[in-house]
Design a protein around this ligand. Structure first.
Ligand SMILES: Nc1ncnc2c1ncn2[C@@H]1O[C@H](COP(=O)(O)OP(=O)(O)OP(=O)(O)O)[C@@H](O)[C@H]1O
Length: 368
């Protein structure tokens, strides 16, 4: 198997017109990790990525994969060992989805049948219906096309996956799905992944390590995302990660928050209502027969009132979850109380904002 770490050693790229796209880059991508190259437009992320599979050759310095200088590996062999996914999925328009995915196994000399079976199983891997296999790329949504692009990149089972803004052209909901699936794939298939994006949230969500590129192709910081958020290396990184960095950094804290015992159960006919006491400011949480939260009743509203006005949204807190999710659940709740649910969605209790803040204080104390 060997090791598929990727190393940049003093790499510089100056294009023929004199533009220095990458300036003295040295960086190690550990095997089996997901490293994100992030930074504003034009700072050399794509150029750096493409030097890994030799779509771009460095002006000086070396890129090594598995300890071997890639410039000594024949391009065709190198690219077979690296899946490449780009923004516009890059699918062949006149071939069906299955044919697109099967292209690489066919090139590798697998039989037609074997390639087709591999393509079909990959459709499943990336969460697409098998029925879509016979369609042409133009008959798919943007998100589906990106999934097929990922399936095609995985078709040869390459140890390295290079992804250049693969999810930037799809809407936020589909994007969140694709990100979740990538994290899931990463768990299941042990691959070294380099992922380019200009979106810091995406970098924080996906990256084991994040390389922040600055204008002029300079590597400003290379560290786990939590460290980039908590301790930006310089003014550039601090400006780039933005004003919300303290809030984002809460994603990494999962300090225990005390569940308030302020909910009391009253069975009233079909529904169960919780709360309605002074401690909840008079708000009452309505739950369904399985104990899952439905919506809040404002003080003075009687059971049977329309709770849809105060529906419990997607922002629920799971005990053990991050403090960011706890705070968000409290801030987005009409009652100001975060609803805590267990894995099956049943209400466990509520969190008061002051308890979340106290937990944030404690987490801060525990770090310093
Ligand atoms: N073939 C080329 N010839 C000349 N300059 C180039 C070429 N390709 C890229 N550049 C320049 O090199 C710099 C880095 O480009 P690159 O595409 O690597 O940046 P990027 O960080 O990936 O940007 P984006 O997020 O916009 O894709 C830019 O100034 C770009 O204009």
């Amino acid at each position: 198997m060997g090791n598929h770490a990727i190393s940049f050693r003093d790499v510089r790229k100056t294009y023929p017109d004199g533009t220095t796209a990458v300036d003295d880059l040295s960086l190690d991508v550990p095997e089996g990790s997901l490293t994100v190259f992030v930074g504003p437009s034009g700072c050399g992320k794509t150029t750096s990525l493409r030097m890994i599979n030799r779509m771009v050759e460095p002006t000086s310095g070396t890129v090594e994969v598995n300890g071997q200088d890639v410039s000594s590996v024949p391009e065709a062999r190198l690219r077979r060992s690296m899946g490449y996914v780009m923004q516009a999925s890059g699918l062949l328009p006149h071939r069906t989805v299955l044919e697109n995915i099967a292209t690489v196994p066919r090139l590798l000399g697998r039989s037609k049948r074997e390639s087709r079976e591999r393509a079909e199983s990959l459709l499943e891997t990336i969460g697409l219906d098998r029925d879509l296999g016979g369609r042409y790329p133009s008959q798919l949504s943007g998100g589906q096309q990106q999934r097929v692009g990922v399936a095609r990149a995985l078709a040869a089972d390459p140890p390295v996956l290079l992804m250049d803004e693969p999810f930037s052209a799809v809407d936020p909901v589909v994007r969140a799905d694709l990100q979740r699936e990538l994290l899931d794939l990463k768990q299941r298939l042990n691959k070294t992944i380099v992922f380019v994006t200009h979106d810091m949230d995406e970098a924080v969500l996906l990256g084991d390590r994040v390389a922040v590129f600055a204008t002029g192709g300079r590597l400003a910081q290379y560290a786990p995302p939590e460290q980039v958020l908590r301790a930006p290396a310089d003014q550039f990184v601090s400006d780039f990660v933005g004003r919300d960095r303290g809030f984002r950094a809460l994603s990494f804290d999962s300090h225990e928050v005390a569940l308030s015992g302020v909910l009391s159960r009253n069975h009233e006919g079909e529904t169960t209502v919780l709360g309605g006491s002074e401690a909840t400011g008079g708000w009452t949480l309505e739950v369904d027969a399985a104990g899952r939260p439905v919506g809040w009743l404002a003080p003075g509203e009687s059971d049977g009132a329309d709770t849809s006005a105060h529906r419990v949204g997607g922002s629920l807190y799971r005990p053990g979850g991050s403090l960011r999710s706890a705070l968000d659940a409290a801030l987005s709740s009409p009652s100001g109380l975060a609803v805590a649910v267990d894995d099956s969605g049943r209400v466990r209790g509520v969190l008061r904002p002051q308890d979340v803040l106290a937990a944030i204080e404690q987490a801060r104390g525990a770090r310093s």
